[in-house]
Ligand binder design. Structure first.
Ligand SMILES: C[S@@+](CC[C@H](N)C(=O)[O-])C[C@H]1O[C@@H](n2cnc3c(N)ncnc32)[C@H](O)[C@@H]1O
Length: 284
């Protein structure tokens, strides 16, 4: 150590003390409520997100906060869950999925569903809505949405992101990577702010609903396509196995499943065949 340099322990300067016991309690509650596994690597992130909750509730310690969370029927659960979720997303994230949707899945559905003229897509873990809006743009651009019965269900456990998605208002920089014609066609610019709003033509196709994937699902299905991308990375293998089995039950024969770039179904489910690049098809 260089003489005279004082090494500061950031933990000593923290507003609240979060003991290992507090963190373990938070970890167990998070897992039971959401399936999300918080590792010790997430300690700093959890500290800052929950310190905000402690302040907002006018409490003075993590002990008090954990006590509140342990009380049956307490009114902190929703805000706690909203605080611990990670909602990173973007329009046309992992763009190859949208190419596949347009070039392979849509033509197939046009043939397969020509009798019912009905298509259902589910964005499970939709975060703030960029994913279901990207799907809706593809549907509007390539499918007979005015003639067929075509709908997108967008769900997330975090009630704040569901409200954001429903509102459909984003800062302008969120659509910078889209080409200009798409921006003009599907978004309205607010001249007084830096914000953009998705057009009603997209919103009409989507129903946003809060839904915890671990709980019972109120919809009957079947879905033709399910997007569940970058959600199960936070789940353990057993939770993933149960979830993908339920997705297979919910999909129509030959239905498609899109998962995140760092996820795979190896040793998780044998009810799907891989079509490459994290796209799967249900085995009938
Ligand atoms: C990283 S975002 C992914 C958003 C989008 N699918 C994408 O790939 O861009 C993960 C989302 O999964 C949601 N999530 C986590 N656990 C969930 C659960 N048990 N039920 C429903 N949604 C959950 C989070 O709230 C978060 O919005």
């Amino acid at each position: 150590m260089v003489a005279g340099v004082v090494v500061k322990d950031s933990h000593l300067e923290r507003e609240f003390r979060m003991s290992q016991k507090n963190f373990d309690q938070v970890k167990d509650i998070a897992y039971d409520l959401t399936g999300i596994k918080l590792t010790d690597l997430k300690k700093n992130m959890i500290y800052s997100r929950l310190a905000r909750r402690i302040r907002q509730r006018g409490l003075s310690s993590f002990d008090e906060y954990c006590e509140l969370l342990e009380q049956p029927g307490n009114d902190e659960v929703t805000d706690f869950v909203n605080a611990i979720t990670t909602n990173l997303t973007s329009f046309f994230r992992e763009n190859h999925h949208f190419d596949f949707l347009v070039k392979t899945v849509f033509p197939q559905l046009l043939r397969k569903n020509s009798g019912s003229q009905r298509i259902r897509v589910w964005s499970a873990g939709c975060s703030t809505g960029e994913e279901p809006y990207s799907i809706a743009i593809c549907l509007r651009e390539r499918m007979p949405v005015t003639k067929w019965d075509i709908k997108v269900l967008a769900t997330d456990l975090d009630t704040n992101v569901v409200s954001h998605g429903k509102r459909g208002v984003y800062s302008g920089d969120r659509i910078e990577s889209l080409d200009e014609s798409r921006c003009k066609k599907w978004f309205l610019r607010d001249p007084k702010s830096e914000e953009v709003r998705v057009k009603p033509a997209l919103q009409e196709l989507i129903t946003f609903k809060p839904l915890n994937l671990l709980n019972e699902w109120p919809m009957r299905g079947p879905f033709d396509v399910i997007f569940c991308r970058n959600v199960v990375i936070y789940f353990d293998k057993d939770t993933q196995k149960t979830l993908f089995n339920r997705y297979a039950d919910m999909l129509a024969p030959g239905g498609y499943l899109f998962i995140g770039h760092s996820e795979n179904l190896h040793k998780v489910s044998n009810r799907f065949k891989s079509l490459g690049k994290t796209v799967y098809q249900k085995i009938d």
